[in-house]
Design a protein around this ligand. Structure first.
Ligand code: DSN
Length: 430
């Protein structure tokens, strides 16, 4: 392992902050559904000399010399990604999930074109058409939501809006939704209106790769975008995968048919990005190798088992969960409906005892996104630390207990000590 001797010497201020962050991560528990702890191998891969290298272009076609090693690592990352997700094209260069999604829009659409995506306040992502994004100024987003009675995506509404608005892209995927997706139905709607079907699986990528949740490509989806750092447990970054060669007649240049994989590659570079971060691509390749191992399948199963137990125990203890439970790695507590606390208040309370979570909107939330009604929690990171069902019962009890003692700082401090003591048995993997 790196001993950070040089960092300590050159920049003690930052070294101290690093140490504090290591302490924060190891003394508490990460319940943010979109975070995870990378392995030592991934962490080592991030801190390599590949960070020194410019590699604009793609393997075999670069704009700088000295690419004999970078070409190999990017090719390996691509091949592993294709195997993991059962597809035939992968672009591993996007710097983030938001950039990956932006690249998909620019690959396939002209300004003003219509996209059907999920409402942010019903669980979609900012980049799926939220009016606050620059994307929403360029493209015409129409949005579906969930059926608040059933908690499921309102598939009938999705189809009605698609038929009415004839989108060129239909996008499914979410940041705060606890069910799997009926990709078969969505693809049939996309076929009906001649749209390309696209899934953003950022949250569930690891669960899809492990075969524990549906793979959109099995249902004919043409595009999948994702981040690599959530359930997939790699370095922070994005990726775009495609299957099949769909050509876009609108994008024909000099009578050459432009197909989807080519358009995506050209949009990522040189369309949006310059040099890819090769140390990150190196680390992505390492994470993909880890995800291909049988142990990763067991990990994904445990993430989902843990989520079910945690959701059930929270419910037993009086918390109200959006959709009543979970089919994936996350759950959303309706904090207002449960105990009259806002999501923000519960987040702060949990922080005080070393449990990190993120406030979240609940469907049709009447509160502001800065202090919404819900709190989202997830099990990917705590499962990486080796926690199993019995720890989920313990965590649920802590969450309930801190609500009860919220006005008693001394008791909160005692509970903080108890959490710190307990998590010592579950060291960080790296
Ligand atoms: N920010 C991520 C999340 O927490 O869901 C999505 O990009």
């Amino acid at each position: 392992m790196i001993d950070y001797k040089s960092l300590r010497k050159i920049d003690p201020l930052l070294f101290n902050i690093l140490q504090a962050e290591v302490r924060r991560q190891s003394d508490g528990l990460e319940l943010i559904a979109s975070e995870n702890y990378v392995s030592t191998a991934v962490l080592e891969a991030l801190g390599t000399v590949f960070t020194n290298k410019y590699s604009e272009g793609y393997p075999g076609k670069r704009y700088y010399g000295g690419q004999e090693n970078t070409d190999q690592i990017e090719t390996i990352a691509i091949e592993r990604a294709k195997t993991l997700f059962k597809c035939d094209h992968a672009n591993v260069q996007p710097l983030s999930g938001a950039i990956a999604n932006t690249a998909v829009y620019f690959s396939w659409l002209e300004p003003g074109d219509t996209v059907l995506g999920m409402r942010l306040d019903h669980g979609g992502h900012l980049t799926h058409g939220s009016p606050v994004t620059k994307l929403a100024k360029l493209f015409n987003f129409v949005r579906y939501g969930i059926d608040t009675e059933t908690g499921d995506i309102d598939y009938n509404q999705l189809r009605d809006i698609a038929l009415k608005n004839q989108p060129k892209l239909i996008l499914v995927g979410y940041s705060a939704y606890t069910r799997d997706i009926d990709y078969g139905f969505v693809k049939s709607v996309a076929d009906e209106v001649g749209a390309v079907a696209w899934a953003d699986i950022a949250h569930i990528a690891g669960l899809v790769a492990a075969g524990e949740m549906r793979n959109p490509f099995d249902y004919g989806f043409q595009i999948v975008s994702t981040t690599t750092h959530k359930t997939l447990r790699g370095p922070r970054g994005g990726m775009i995968l495609t299957k099949g060669v769909v050509s876009n007649p609108l994008k024909n240049v000099e009578k050459k048919v432009e197909n989807l994989p080519t358009l995506i590659d050209r949009t990522v570079f040189p369309g949006l990005q310059g040099g890819p971060l090769m140390n990150i691509i190196f680390a992505k390749a390492v994470a993909f190798q880890e995800a291909l191992q049988p142990e990763f399948k067991e990990y994904a199963k445990q993430v989902m088992r843990n989520a079910k137990v945690l959701a059930q125990e929270l419910t037993n203890l009086g918390f109200k969960l959006v959709t009543g439970g979970t089919e994936n790695h996350m759950m959303i507590i309706d904090a207002i409906a449960s105990f009259g606390l806002s999501g923000g208040e519960l987040e702060v309370l949990l922080d005080k005892i070393g449990l990190t979570a993120s406030k979240s909107m609940v469907p049709d939330d009447t509160r502001s996104p800065f202090d919404p009604s819900g709190l989202r929690i997830g099990t990917p990171a705590i499962t990486t630390r080796g926690m199993k069902e019995d720890s989920m019962l313990q965590i649920a009890k802590w969450i309930r207990h801190v609500v009860d003692i919220r006005h008693d700082e001394r008791q909160i401090q005692l509970l903080r000590d108890e959490v710190r003591e307990y998590v010592r048995n579950f060291p960080l993997p790296s």
